[in-house]
Design a protein around this ligand. Sequence first.
Ligand code: SF4
Length: 370
Amino acid sequence: MVPKICLANPAQGLKQAILILITAQRKVKRMNKAYFKRVFFEEQALDYPVGKAMYDKLKVQGYDIGLLKSHNRVTGIPGKSARESFFQGKNTLVVGVRKTLDFAPCKPSAHFQLPLVTGCQGICEYCYLNTQLGKKPYTRVYVNIDEILAQAANYIQQRQPETTVFEAAATSDPVPVEPFSGALAQAINFFAHQEYAYLKFVTKFPSIDSLLDLDHRGRTRIRYSLNTDRIIHDYEHRTAVLDERIQALSRLLEHGYPGGVIIAPVILEGNWQEEYGHMMDKLAEALSAYRDIHFEVISHRFARKAKSNILDVFPQTTLPMNEDKSRSYKFGQFGYGKLVYNKALLQEIKSFFTDAIGRHFPEAKIDYII
Ligand code: SF4
């Protein structure tokens, strides 16, 4: 876009033009940039055609690539403090061979995790992976995709004629590395031919061009995780802005994919009804022509351990984590509890989103509001 300079007030016009240019540059950077500063390959990964192709692609893009004996023993990521270790880990990509082919369960939204990628280059302050992937949370991409999908076929066969659902984003956001790995494309092609299974994943990134023209046969549901402009700006660093996410979802729906929206985490700050109302208006404007959209709404919650990790890495965070009257303690299925919004606030969230979704998308399915 060419910024227009205001001739009546050149100084202000110039300021405005610079702001537009910065925003446009940031947008391009968010859309295309992989933030990795270092890349490691497990030696064995180079024996796989996918690994070799990724290696060549990354080399052409100018990455220095280190070799590793095992992707589980990654030395060479710097970091003295918790904060530095965290950011250096986020800047690191490791390509390896997935050894464990037992898929973890993924209740309640799917039967199994589909382990194509672990980790994410995004830096969301509240992300639950921040407490799951160690002090240096690097992104791991697996090259033995054929073996992983063959294992998925075993699980499907064991459960048929029941339908088996796989989630490819349980421990990652797999989309930002898709231009390197092509793993999602391969999985989508595989699930297109499975009568008794389907695939789903969720993302905050727009690099879905390579998925658009696949013959997916409606067996992969792609959901976008959305939030208000302010929450994305304040807490979801290195992810796409709201408009880019909505635009990417709209393109997927246009190409016949079943779609979904996850509104999470819903944070009750400031004039939250107005801000989420504005988000829903934008969504409706872009997507109201589509019927097959599922909604999932998840209110903000935190575990005490996560709070302490978040404060180590983001000491200035403004994430609301006060243990005051707005919160209740809820025991969870994994043996530790979380602080969730109290009953009255949860009810407000439920009423607000039931009404907003019903009004804008009368035919959409609300999977849950929690
Ligand atoms: S995009 Fe998703 S997986 Fe990545 S940091 Fe944010 S919440 Fe975590």
